[in-house]
Design a protein around this ligand. Sequence first.
Ligand code: FAD
Length: 386
Amino acid sequence: MSGKTIVILGGGFGGLAVANQLRRVLPPEHRVVVVERQSTFYMRPFNMRLMIGEMKDRQEGERRLSELARKGIEWVQGEVLSIDPTARKVHTSSGPLVGDYLVIALGAEQDEKAIPGFAESALNLYDPNGAIMIHRAVQEFAKGRAAVLICRTPFSCPAAPYEAALLMDSAFRSKGNREAVEIAIYTPEPRPMPAAGPEMGNAVIGMLKERDIKYHPQHKLQRVNSGARKIVFEGGEASFDLLVGIPPHVAPRVVREAGLTDDTGWIPVEPDTLETRYPGVFALGDVTSIRQPNPTGLFLPKAWVFADEQSRTVAKNIASHIKGEDRSSRFDGTGFCYVETGDGLAAYGSGNFYAYPAAKVYLEPPSPRHHEERKRIELEQLEALV
Ligand SMILES: Cc1cc2nc3c(=O)[nH]c(=O)nc-3n(C[C@H](O)[C@H](O)[C@H](O)COP(=O)(O)OP(=O)(O)OC[C@H]3O[C@@H](n4cnc5c(N)ncnc54)[C@H](O)[C@@H]3O)c2cc1C
């Protein structure tokens, strides 16, 4: 068996997860190469901690990718400039690379400019600096309308905007000015986290109602008028004094230009093996569009818990193929998420997103245990990845 090269595009959550899994299952003669433009990995869920001031600096959630060498994982720092999926060849700003296998884990890009007025008006929860600014703004906010705005679907971590509203509620209660603040969520979704099924959505709506957080589903955004502090939707508008935004997400341009995407704008893959239509080329994590294999046809949410499970399947199947074994591993659509509700509490949802006839995901009520568990798991992930 001669040494093979597995080229992984993207050293975010999914790329690092699959690199680690491959290193575990493959002997050292095989090369595991990660191409990533950034020099550090940052655990993006830590934005929620920055937002509540529990973490002061993004560096607490960052690790240097140069550390990957200790594990026998090669890191090429560079921009992926073009991908030829048929030849499994990649051009990067550090030179060309050819893989026996290619794993595309380039995530989702945020396209703030797609919504006129968004960048000028909203504090971006999905950017660590934006999360820090939200913390400051909430501390200074005395009275008025605080809105959470979801621009488009799909977006990464469908729970995060709901968490943001619940955490603001908690922050204003601690400050003693909750009565003076109206909190509202505007989203194009029909209900919270639709891909998780109706039980989950209804449970979240219940939590919002309990906290007097106004919920406005099916609101299609057109633009934000920063001067007048108005959000303009198809058929109406809403005012705000503080705007927390989730920008539109798109697949990275290099992926679109390679012709890897379909009419969803994302890379279609087999729901259980994460194979693309090109032999030896896999995609996982946020860059994919995976329809639930049930009559709903809804898309699997973009979340690290799925990227993590998918990385095991992809690594095992590449290793089996290299070793000539007739075994295949399958991703089964199970997953979990925490919904931070403030006051040191988090709810916990878990279940099967591939269940028939619709996803079955249930939410356990908020408790300090779930909050602590989440913190522990996220830290463990960070330590395990780099
Ligand atoms: C605020 C927030 C909270 C979240 N909370 C949770 C949570 O509680 N639970 C959960 O499961 N998920 C959560 N997520 C989602 C989770 O972070 C993502 O699903 C996960 O990071 C996806 O991994 P990925 O590898 O697909 O993409 P990413 O982690 O985004 O990695 C993609 C990588 O590709 C690199 N890249 C892109 N284009 C190029 C290029 N041309 N050249 C070189 N490199 C490139 C990027 O720099 C990036 O490092 C949260 C996300 C946010 C923003």
